[in-house]
Design a protein around this ligand. Structure first.
Ligand SMILES: NC(=O)c1ccc[n+]([C@@H]2O[C@H](COP(=O)([O-])OP(=O)(O)OC[C@H]3O[C@@H](n4cnc5c(N)ncnc54)[C@H](O)[C@@H]3O)[C@@H](O)[C@H]2O)c1
Length: 259
């Protein structure tokens, strides 16, 4: 018996990193998984991988900053698998700069993806989740930067912090449907967002992502980084019946970066 048998889950930003790990873990626990991401090719690979392992999956490329894309994703997921039980708003991007050097574009893209993208996803799923005894699960993805601030991340910290108020509001509005909404604040997960900036060839939406080697080395002196698979386990917990009465909470999954 899987922990998500018979459930339908939508995961955003699922082409790689933590979202991909969520999708694979959920499918292994019996969920039908609908994945979405701006990056079409690696997204299709995730669908293939889940199916090859005997799971149920489908996907659609979409940009979470576009409300119409989010609606298309939710409608297609519900059409394909019958409903939406679980929504993981995982898509995110860093665009780091010190305050005095940050551009409007860097601010906007970060807030649009993490904060507005999450709102877009939840609003688009509302027609499937605002139902009597729905008992759905929403898991949003924040960061310890949203709890403690972070040098060079005023945009990201503000967006991730905003997710906390957003999460609590969904928990209050949809509690009567049995829908829970929680937010995970991750610390240091080994993905392209946290690899050495200097060593990364690939640009993401026109800029390198990652962390300067100096800063990364300092972090490594303090904490053990998580793998995406490690990071997916608390998402499964919040998405499962084990967390049926936990709502409006921030779950700190940071290996002690922020205590
Ligand atoms: N890696 C960490 O240490 C860490 C720490 C705290 C929080 N997080 C958060 O975890 C989440 C996942 O990040 P990750 O580390 O796996 O990074 P990642 O870059 O490996 O994965 C993020 C995915 O989101 C997708 N994405 C970006 N913009 C999108 C958009 N507009 N629409 C749809 N998809 C989009 C990307 O294409 C990518 O596949 C993010 O919200 C991130 O902020 C990560």
């Amino acid at each position: 018996m899987g922990k998500l048998d018979g459930k339908v889950a939508v995961v955003t930003g699922a082409a790689r990193g933590i979202g991909r790990a969520d999708a694979l873990l959920f499918a292994g626990e019996g969920a039908s998984v609908f994945v979405t991401d701006v990056d079409e090719t690696p997204l299709a690979e995730v669908v293939k991988e889940i199916r090859a392992a005997g799971g149920r999956a489908d996907g659609l490329p979409a940009d979470v900053t576009k409300p119409e894309d989010c609606q298309r994703v939710m409608d297609r997921a519900a059409e394909q698998f019958g409903t939406i039980d679980i929504l993981v708003n995982n898509a995110g991007l860093t665009r780091d700069a010190l305050i005095h050097k940050m551009t409007d574009a860097q601010w906007d893209i970060c807030v649009d993806i993490s904060l507005k993208g999450t709102f877009n996803g939840i609003r688009a799923a509302s027609k499937y989740m605002m139902r009597e005894a729905h008992n759905g699960r929403i898991v949003n993805v924040a960061s310890v930067a949203g709890l403690m601030g972070n040098v060079g991340q005023i945009n990201y910290s503000a967006a991730k912090s905003g997710l906390i108020g957003l999460t609590k509001t969904v928990a209050r509005e949809w509690g009567r449907f049995g829908v829970t909404c929680n937010v995970i604040a991750y610390g240091f997960v080994d993905t392209r967002l946290t690899r050495e900036k200097e060593a990364q060839q690939e640009e993401v939406v026109g800029e390198a992502v990652g962390i300067p080697k100096k800063v990364r080395d300092l972090m490594l002196l303090q904490v053990k980084p998580m793998t995406p698979e490690d990071a997916a386990r608390p998402v499964l917990f919040l998405a499962s019946d084990d967390a049926a009465f936990i709502t409006g909470q921030v779950l700190n999954v940071s290996a002690g970066i922020y205590i």
